[in-house]
Write a protein that binds this ligand. Sequence first.
Ligand SMILES: C[S@@+](CC[C@H](N)C(=O)[O-])C[C@H]1O[C@@H](n2cnc3c(N)ncnc32)[C@H](O)[C@@H]1O
Length: 206
Amino acid sequence: MTDLSSLEEFNRYYSTGGNPPVTRSLLDFFRTCVKERMPEKARILELGSGTRSLFEEVSLPRERVTAIDFSSVAIERARALGSPIEYKNLDITFPDALEGEKFDVIFDSHCLHCIDNRAARVSAFKNIHDALSEEGIFCAEMMVQPAHNSVSFPMKFIPTARELEEEILKHDFQIIYFMIGRGLSFENGNQECDLLRVIAKRKTSA
Ligand SMILES: C[S@@+](CC[C@H](N)C(=O)[O-])C[C@H]1O[C@@H](n2cnc3c(N)ncnc32)[C@H](O)[C@@H]1O
């Protein structure tokens, strides 16, 4: 389901020494919005960890963290850190990618906005939904269109905030936090998009 050119692109980036710095906005999102909503002893899944999980920087028991990335090169480099975090080479868009595992927090580290194929996104959202524990939270910071402009970046999915809201609701989630990041944007050349932070739970039947 994955767009192979995207996987090749990321593998090329990581095998030529690409080393994304810790994404400050993700750390800030985790510290200011997610941490206080997490149950104690939460099992955490990070999507798109690259060569180093965000949770290497956060003070919590790292043995409860699983970090996945579809780039085998990135995961090999991450494993070489020798950290207690479990690094797995997985594509979140593959049917049943998480094989029945459950997590209390699923944290998207800027992976989902790299998935621009509609069918692949449906599959990713299904995997996320199925892998959330009953009270679990799905947390994401994703690119959205700026209010008065329309932008497109190569290999990035950039819906409007409303379209993103609809996409999440359609996959049987209830949204508990939805905010365009204060002063946050993402630049590509001379174009800029907004970053939206969302936290959602599985919808419970009435
Ligand atoms: C924009 S990078 C973010 C990397 C890192 N988390 C950061 O914040 O700098 C997106 C990451 O998601 C991974 N990725 C993209 N599509 C994926 C998929 N379908 N399944 C798993 N990982 C994916 C890429 O290999 C890449 O490491």
